[in-house]
Structures are given as C-alpha cells and as structure tokens.
Design a protein. Structure first.
Lengths: 303, 440
C-alpha cells in the first residue's frame, strides 16, 4: 500500500518535471551551462579557436595588477550608474506623478512616454542620438538659434559620459509604468486627511506618496542598478572606440573588446565575474539598507 | 483522470522530441549533400563585407555562377566592415562559419596560430596557386608552410584628395607630399576657412600614419620579426611630436568630432560637406568615398606623405582582402571551384570590376581594363604605390592589442594630456610588456 503510494508520488513528480521541461531545459542549456562554463573559462587562457588552457588565478591577478584600463572602465561605469540611475528614477517618478491624473486622453500620453523604452535599446536610436548631439547636430543648431554657444556634447571628455547617460534616462518608460501602478495603490483618504490638515502638494508628496511607494522604488532601484552596470549598446553604437580619452568606455565594452576583438575569452570571462560580484554587492547593499527606508503597508518591513 | 495525465505527458514528450529533431536536422541535411560531386545539389555559404557597389557586383557574380552551375546554390551573407571580424571569428570558433569567407589579411596570423581553421590551398587540384605572384603569396598568404587564402585584389595605400575642393582653395594636389607639407597645407586651408581640415582623424588612420612615420625612419615595421622594437625612444618621440603638431595645425579634424564616425569616415558630415580635403586610406575604399561626394566632384589619388630622408617607400602594398575556405566545410570541392571561378574567370572579373581594388591576377586585371571597368583613381593609387613601395607589415606589428596601445597614446597626445616625450617612454614600456606576453 505504502509502496504503491510512493510509486504514485514519484510518477506524479516525474510528470510534473515533464510539464516544466521546456523551462528546465532552457535553464540548464541557456543559463546554468554558460554560467558554469564562463566560471571555468575565467581560470583559463582561451582564444575561442584553441582549447582552453588552465592558468589558475592569472586572469584575475593581471586584471588588478597590470591592466590600467580595468580601473578606468570601473570608474566610468560607476559614474555612469551614479548619473543614470537616480536621474532616471527621478524623471520616471516625475512623469508618473504628472500622468497620474484623471483625464480623457491620459492613456495616449502614457503610451507615448513608454515608447522610448521600446526603442531605446535599438541601434537606430543610438545612431539618432549621435546625430542629435554631434557638434553640428540638431541640439547645437537649436541652441545656436537661442544664441547659446555650441557645446561639444560627445567630443568633450568631460561631457560625453553625461550625454550617453541621458540616453538611458530617456528610456524611463518601464520604471514609469511601475511607479504609476504604485501611485494608483495609494489610498485616496490619506490625501483627504492631508488636505484637511492643510498640507501643501509638495508636503503631501514627500509625506504620503513617497513613503507609500517605497517598495516600488526599491524594485526599480535594483533593476536599474543591474541594468546600468551592464549597459553596452548605446555607448557602443554612439562611440564604438570608447569615446574621447576613453571617457565612455563602459565595463561591458571592455568585456566585449577583450573577448571578441582581442580573442581573450578567458580574460573576458574573468572580467564578467568581477562585474557580477560588483552588481551583487550593490544589490545586497540596497536590500540591506531597504529595511530603513522601504515601508510595506502590511507591515512586511518589521522583522 | 490519471490516464489523461499520462496521455498528455506523452504528447508533451513527443512534441519535445520533434522539437529536438527539428534542431538537429540542419546538420544532417548538410551531411547528405557532402561529397560535392558535380550535378548534386549543393548549398554554399559565402560571406563578405563591403559597401553597396561591392554587394551588388558580388551578388551579380553569384547569379552568373548559379546560372552556369544550376546544382549550386550560394547563400550570400554580407554587411558592413563594422563587427565583421568579430562575427567571423566567433563563427569559426563555434563551427558555424560560412564555407567561403572574405577575410582581411592582417587577421590571418591570428587565425592560423592554433587549430587549423582554413583549408590548405597548396595541395588542391581545383585551384592553381602558382598562377598568383609567388613572392606575394609567400609574404601574405603562407603561414606554417600552408597557403591559407588567396588575394581578391591588390591594395595600395593612398591619399585620396578632393581635387575639386583643392582647386577652389588653390592647393596643388599633384606634388610630392611630405610630413612638412601636410602641416603647411593645413595652415593654408584653415586660414581660408576655419571649418576645414586637411585629413580625417580616424584613430586607425592616425596610428597607421604614425607607424609609417617610424617605418620611414627605420625601414622596418614597428616590431621586428624577432619580437624586438625597431625604433628608438627619440624616433618615437619625434613621430609623436609630428602627430601633436598635426592636431594643433588642423591637419586632422579634432578627435572628439571624428570619433563618432570611427571606421566609417565616408559617413562623416565633414567629408560629405567637402570640409575635409583628403583621406588617407586603401585603394579599395576609394569607391565608397567617391560615392559619398556630390556627383561631378573630381577625386585624385596621390602618394601618402614621405619624408625627404625616408629609408623606405611611401605606400604599402598588400592584398585588399583575401578569400579563405572553411576547413570544416562539407563541400570543399564545390567551394574551391567557385573561388577559382570568382578569381580567375574573365567573365567573373568583368562582373566584379574593381570593387575589391585591382584584381591580383593579371589575366583578370586585363579583362576589366579591356571592359573599361577599372576606376582611374584605384588604378592610379595601386600604380603609384607599386612604384614607391614601403617595407610591408609583419604579423606581430599587426597585432590588434599592440595597435590599441598606439591608439591610446595618440589619443592622449591629441587631447594634450601627455607630452611626445612621455608618450614615447610609455609606448616603449607598454609595447615591451605586451610583446613579452604575446611571445609565449
């Protein structure tokens, strides 16, 4: 009797596995295997063409002791994340607040503001960005009409990274949608209480709205940090060689160059593991700190 | 209830296995087509990079071949140069590379350094390697005693001048350009119109010119075959000093502007709007640069800058691009047949014209000269270069990581972050380190 039950259960779990096999196969082949393989490659000298040769920690040692460009790209990527992430979140929240009104055509505007997020990752938009911001580009033509001096948005090493970050900020759509959903959740009576107490709009935003959407903010922050550190397409298409004085040479571009330009796949794998650890550390820091600033209505923040 | 669960899972499993079979079928089909007997249906993949005119001419040639050989289907995989190298290398590594590949000669050293990826053409019956110039084949196509590729054309380094613009500015085009006259001419141009520059400052181009400056001092590529540096610190400092002066005098467009068009100067608005007088490049690029200018603009090819006391010629000559056959190809015999036709048949030559510069074989060259399909500028560029040949590059000097070091230092010179003297010191230090690493 018991044995029969056991058999039944094991068959049931087997059938369950069959049902989710598309996902399992995908996970094993497309995620776990590459993950482990890149870990192995990071300890080898591997040029894509010949079989990898085990060299222990040499890739990591070289990275930290010999490769000046490694520190340069780390710096660039950190600054990029520091500009792009807060600016994008602030902008997304601002637009979400504006669009959180009851108006007849508001859905149209929501769609329009979401569009850059669909387009932003594409090569065509990066090319467009180049023509907007080049020295004789559209932006400078407009400022010239206002009698402002021309700015070398992409050619000046001090400005180029900022300009590239703006491309990321411009793709605020997905964060905006999430913020909008959060704003809809804020109970209306809280605003009523605020109005009765005579709070200003600004005060209500900071004392009512913001605390109540902190869980969304946390989610957005984590996602955007992960994305910002991995940014590649925009910077690569606009300035493929890393920009003036390598000022826009993001970590992802260095990774690509080492792997596919110099065929040092082992070294590139090691770089990607370092990037992975950096992202992991930042994410953990955000999660750790979140108990101080993210509030859950159901009391989920009290451990 | 239980039954349906079993049935549905069986369905799921069979669906899955169909999916897996679907994935595998591609290779089995290829296997069936192996052998390459004429008459059997064969599909070949052929990849190249280029501009529109090259794409069109090559597709026409493919069509012509398919008409003559109805059993052969050639799948064309073509695009721009940007990213092509990475794509081919990754495909070779992943065993998904096309049967026939257009390659750049400098890549051959890296591609032949380990596992054999390219078919040795020496021992093949279909292609007679001896038709090609022997010294040319030896210095550019032979690695580890194997002929791994064939030249698709001959390229000469050239300065391509916008003659219409030069006439307007009163600049004499037909002169023996030296490093000094470049500086003087730039000053003259910029006095007339401060929007104009003499040359484009694509980092690849500037670093080639930097290398040529040293080559003319030392009569050698930057790194010798025995992995020692050919130049002294003083010579490097002098070359960097020239680069610095050139950026200050306006020989080069400021780097911050041109970097948006790295590797595609023909799209640089300065070139299109005729605010750049000249371009330092290979003869195979001339068509692309002419196409970007308004109709009727006259262009002239001249020799690149040559120092008065130069120890070697002004211009390098090398295969414009080469074609290799994938060693893993299942249809090597058919691939060889096609390549042979493409490079040697007069009709193919006429269809292709000069889209890969001057054909390497004399018979093919004569065919397009007769058909009046050889561009005057391209012919002139190769002709001039062959009369003032510079000592050719060797494999180590073409290494992409060494090139990156020169580019980095030139960039810092251009932005005035480093003095020529410091740059020379750093160049020697970093080159020595990298060479040691590459020697292993």
């Amino acid at each position: 009797m018991q044995q029969a039950l056991k058999r039944k259960r094991s068959r049931a779990s087997y059938i369950g596995l069959v049902y989710i096999s598309p996902w399992i196969i995908g996970f094993l082949l497309l995620q776990l295997y590459p993950f482990l393989a890149s870990m192995y490659y990071s300890f080898t000298s591997f040029d894509l063409i010949n079989t990898p040769k085990w060299i222990g920690l040499k890739n990591y040692v070289d990275m930290f002791t010999k490769d000046d460009m490694f520190y340069q790209t780390l710096k660039v990527t950190l600054i990029y994340a520091l500009i792009a992430v807060p600016a994008k979140l602030a902008f997304a929240l601002l637009v979400a607040v504006i669009l959180n009104v009851k108006m007849r055509s508001v859905n149209f505007f929501r769609t329009v503001y979401y569009l850059p997020s669909i387009l932003g990752g594409s090569v065509a938009v990066a090319v467009l960005w180049r023509f907007l911001f080049m020295k004789e580009g559209v932006i400078n033509n407009v400022t010239a009409m206002l009698h402002l001096p021309a700015v070398d948005w992409l050619g000046n090493p001090k400005l180029s990274l900022f300009t590239i970050s703006m491309l990321n900020v411009w793709q605020f759509g997905s964060s905006m949608v999430l913020f909008l959903a959060g704003l809809k959740q804020v109970p209306g009576e809280l605003y009523e209480v605020g109005r009765v107490d005579g709070a200003s709009k600004l005060r209500m935003f900071f004392s009512v709205t913001l605390p109540l959407i902190t869980p969304i903010l946390l989610f957005n922050l984590v996602m955007q940090i992960v994305n910002a550190f991995q940014e590649f397409t925009g910077a690569f298409v606009i300035l493929p060689d890393g920009g003036p004085l390598k000022s826009t040479y993001l970590f992802g571009m260095k990774l690509y160059d080492e792997g596919f330009k110099f065929l040092k796949m082992g070294y590139a794998s090691a770089l990607s593991w370092v990037l992975f650890s950096i992202i992991l550390i930042f994410t953990l820091l955000v999660f750790r700190s979140s108990s101080y600033w993210a509030h859950y209505e159901d009391g989920g923040d009290k451990h | 209830m239980k039954k349906t669960a079993i049935i549905s899972s069986a369905v799921a499993v069979s669906l899955l296995s169909i999916g897996l079979v679907g994935c595998g079928s591609g290779s089995s089909e290829q296997g069936a087509a192996a052998g390459g007997d004429s008459g059997k249906a064969v599909t070949l993949r052929f990849s190249w990079w280029g501009g529109d005119s090259r794409h069109k001419a090559t597709l026409d040639a493919i069509n012509l071949y398919q008409q003559k050989n109805p059993n052969v289907t050639i799948e064309a995989e073509y695009g721009g140069f940007d990213g092509y190298e990475q794509k081919i290398k990754t495909q070779l590594a992943g065993a998904t590379a096309p049967d026939i590949m257009q390659l750049d000669q400098p890549w051959l050293a890296e591609l032949t350094s380990g596992n054999e990826l390219l078919l040795d053409l020496n021992s093949q019956k279909t292609i007679d390697v001896s038709k090609f110039d022997a010294t040319y084949m030896k210095s550019f196509m032979t690695y580890n005693n194997k002929v791994v590729a064939l030249p698709m054309g001959t390229n000469g380094r050239s300065m391509i001048v916008n003659k219409t613009l030069a006439d307007k500015l009163g600049i004499q085009v037909d002169q023996a350009w030296t490093w000094d006259t470049l500086l003087e001419t730039a000053k003259k141009i910029r006095e007339k119109d401060s929007k104009m520059y003499l040359l484009d400052s694509d980092l690849g181009v500037v670093s080639t010119m930097f290398g040529n400056y040293l080559r003319q001092k030392t009569n050698s590529p930057m790194v010798k075959d025995d992995y020692t540096l050919a130049f002294t610190k003083e010579q490097a400092a002098e070359a960097f000093d020239w680069v610095q002066k050139a950026f200050k005098a306006g020989v080069y467009q400021p780097l911050g502007e041109s970097q948006l068009f790295t590797g595609k100067t023909d799209q640089n608005p300065k070139w299109i709007n005729q605010e750049l007088l000249a371009y330092d490049g290979w003869s195979s690029e001339i068509g692309k640069y002419k196409d970007a200018l308004p109709k009727g603009t006259i262009v002239e090819s001249v020799l690149p800058a040559l120092a008065k006391d130069a120890k070697t010629g002004a211009a390098q000559i090398r295969p414009s691009m080469v074609v290799g056959i994938n060693k893993r190809s299942e249809n090597q015999a058919e691939a060889l047949k096609f390549v042979n036709w493409l490079l040697t048949d007069p009709e193919a030559a006429k269809t292709l014209g000069d889209v890969r510069a001057v054909p390497a074989l004399d018979s093919a060259k004569n065919a397009i000269v007769e058909a009046n399909k050889l561009d005057k500028n391209i012919a002139q560029a190769v002709d001039l270069a062959s009369k003032s040949q510079a000592v050719p590059d060797n494999a180590i000097s073409q290494n992409s990581q060494l090139g990156e070091i020169s580019k980095d230092l030139i960039q810092r010179i251009a932005f005035d972050k480093i003095s020529p003297d410091q740059a020379a010191d750093e160049l020697i230090k970093r080159y020595t380190e990298k060479i040691k690493e590459l020697k292993k």
